[in-house]
Write a protein that binds this ligand. Structure first.
Ligand SMILES: N[C@@H](CCC(=O)N[C@@H](CS)C(=O)NCC(=O)O)C(=O)O
Length: 242
């Protein structure tokens, strides 16, 4: 059990990128507050998130959530937060080369997350999905035919080289993120994923092993796990799941 008090600031109603941080904190049994999910009367809500985003809680001004506050430190960028959390949460193998290898994989996860997001927002984040549907359809077709197989094929290859987990013998924060990627893609594009499954047997097995870990299983069954929806990064629009 990790005793440090961590404060996560993220949008309160979606999994989004905050989920990669939540999964790491949950797996470690860390004590953390998901601040924006607390009532405003307890210093929570979007108002608290805005405060940290405006730089009123100190630290280098963050651009976007998720943001982690630990004492006086304010840390943004999902991969950077996980890079920071890896050692104290016991979720990265020891040694600088291993930490860099984990960061390298996590940044690749971030690239995939950005592309998954841009499928439903190919023109701009400022527009509604409904305002960019034809472009989204084209983007989804390429994403599912080329990019998802390329990304997942890469992670499958790393896993084949490394063993049970992406960085070797023990699970790291990258394995937790991979579970989230697989869950998100399966929610958003069930048909496309089903077609790809034969090519990524190791990744699928990894996802199952992560889901069965006692703290992760308890988290997934709890109301702390926000359901997938068409507000998040992974969105299920049947017309895009060709
Ligand atoms: N690269 C950043 C991206 C952060 C990001 O795009 N956050 C989203 C929510 S998942 C957001 O609120 N963005 C606001 C914006 O881009 O204006 C990370 O991985 O943390």
């Amino acid at each position: 059990m990790v005793k440090t008090a961590y404060e996560l600031y993220y949008w309160p109603s979606i999994q989004g990128r905050g989920e990669f941080v939540r999964l790491a904190l949950e797996e470690a049994g860390a004590h953390y507050l998901d601040v924006a999910r607390l009532p405003e009367a307890q210093g929570g809500g979007v108002r608290a998130l805005m405060k940290v985003l405006r730089g009123e809680m100190g630290g280098l001004l963050p651009f976007a959530p998720p943001i982690l506050k630990v004492g006086r430190q304010v840390i943004a960028q999902t991969a950077n937060i996980l890079h920071y959390l890896g050692p104290p949460l016991g979720l990265v193998p020891a040694g600088e080369m291993n930490r860099l290898a984990a960061l390298q994989l996590q940044l690749t996860v971030a690239d995939l997350v950005a592309e998954a997001h841009d499928v439903h927002h190919p023109i701009s984040v400022d527009l509604y999905y409904e305002d960019q549907k034809p472009q989204a359809k084209k983007r989804a077709t390429r994403f599912l035919a080329e990019r998802v197989p390329k990304f997942l094929g890469y992670f499958e290859e790393v896993l084949a080289e490394r063993g049970n987990y992406l960085l070797g013998r023990r699970p790291s924060y990258v394995d937790l993120s991979m579970f989230q990627i697989l869950s998100g893609l399966r929610y958003a594009f069930p048909h496309a994923l089903a077609r790809l499954e034969k090519k990524i047997p190791r990744l699928l097995e990894l996802g199952e092993r992560i889901a069965a870990r006692p703290r992760i299983a308890a988290y997934l069954a709890s109301d702390r796990r926000i359901p997938f929806s068409v507000q998040g990064i992974f969105r299920h629009y049947p017309e895009l799941d060709s």
